[in-house]
Design a protein around this ligand. Structure first.
Ligand SMILES: Cc1ncc(COP(=O)(O)O)c(C=O)c1O
Length: 359
């Protein structure tokens, strides 16, 4: 007999096969083929990346050298963008060496003389100029982009275009506010692209996949699994992943405790969601919660029914429930495997094979 959800040791990541398929289809209809460059940092699974490829997306975004190597080794190296600044020349050289016999095309983001210098010491020769479009993170000033492109070209690099991630806009709950801020950000990117040239204008995430009409490719990643932060935006994607947990204690004073905590949940976007419960707080190995009152139930979330094991008034110690993470990317990076489910059955296990850094 096959493994059932209730046989799994908790905490464990479970994901609904049906909801994943629907999410993949919805996105591939909205952003077919090269109009989407799925970001693999959200799931860190080559099994998921293969499904994205089956849906027509051949080019991928990575955040780390490790992700790019794993993708190339899995035969997914058609066109890999490391949308991040890499100064570690030894890793770049090793990436180039380990992919020599594999057909893999690798492009890196650069935003400074130093990142261009690092790349010039490696065999990797393709770049995008990373432009700061408002998120206080990487990216050069828009007015600097043309000069950096010129420098890169003079050093023998191929400048394929620009990228500019509007991460300060993707999570804004109000759609018109999101649109306004994306417009401002993308005007900066388009201005930079005028000075840089090249065919690629790469930007965007799950929250702006249908709003950002300036970029010719969108780097969305969260859409396949979603999380409780993104669920607030009312996007047409289901929450397809949860952390399966066990209620391990119940206080006579009214709260309960499950075995999922900070070591199995990304917490930077706030507390996770448990259907039917009001989450109080998370500690290393625990989440403490109480039964929610009627009015507190979040009706707008689209949690796939297969992964929604709610808390109810008759919940007892030993019962399995599910916890929906507030931020999918760091949650997945804490685990080793995602159990894919259909009904009560565990039908597959996807290794989280792109995690880690060293190659
Ligand atoms: C460079 C970059 N591009 C795109 C994304 C979009 O990802 P998501 O689908 O989670 O919005 C991210 C997320 O942090 C990112 O860092």
């Amino acid at each position: 007999m096959g493994v059932k959800i209730h046989d799994l040791t908790t905490p464990a990541l479970i994901a609904s096969s049906k909801a994943i398929s629907e999410n993949l289809l919805t996105m591939s209809k909205a952003r077919p083929g090269d109009a989407l460059r799925p970001h693999v940092k959200a799931h860190k699974c080559t099994s998921m990346a293969k499904l994205q490829k089956d849906h027509g997306h051949l080019n991928f975004t990575c955040a780390t050298v490790r992700e790019a190597l794993g993708m190339a080794q899995a035969g997914l190296g058609n066109d890999l963008l490391i949308a991040n600044e890499i100064l570690d020349v030894a890793s770049l050289n090793r990436l180039a060496e380990l992919t020599t016999d594999i057909s893999a095309q690798i492009t890196l983001a650069v935003d400074s003389i130093e990142t261009i210098d690092a790349l010039c010491k490696s065999p990797i020769k393709q770049v995008l100029i990373d432009v700061n479009v408002g998120l206080p993170r990487c990216g050069c000033e828009p007015s600097q982009a043309g000069e950096l492109a010129q420098l890169a070209r003079s050093r023998g690099l191929l400048v394929r275009g620009v990228m500019g991630y509007e991460g300060h806009c993707v999570g804004l709950e109000d759609r018109s506010q999101r649109l306004d801020q994306v417009t401002t950000s993308m005007e900066l990117l388009i201005e930079a692209h005028r000075d840089v040239g090249g065919e690629i204008i790469s930007a965007g995430g799950t929250g702006t996949y249908d709003i950002n009409r300036w970029a010719n490719e969108i780097q969305a990643g969260s859409y396949v699994f979603m999380d409780s932060a993104y669920a607030k935006l009312g996007l047409p994607f289901h929450n397809s992943l949860a952390v399966l947990s066990t209620i391990i204690s119940a206080s006579q004073q009214g709260w309960m405790v499950c075995d999922t905590g900070l070591k199995s949940l990304g917490m930077d976007h706030g507390n996770p969601l448990i259907t039917g419960a009001q989450v109080w707080f998370c500690s290393d190995e625990h989440t403490t919660f109480a039964l929610a009152s009627e009015g507190e139930r979040q009706a707008s979330y689209t949690i796939a029914p297969e992964i929604e094991l709610p808390v109810h008034s008759s919940s007892t110690i030993g019962e399995k429930i599910t916890v929906i993470p507030a931020h999918i990317d760091p949650t997945i990076a804490y685990h080793d495997v995602i159990h894919i489910i259909s009904g009560d059955d565990v039908i597959d296990q996807w290794p989280i094979d792109l995690k880690g850094w060293a190659i």
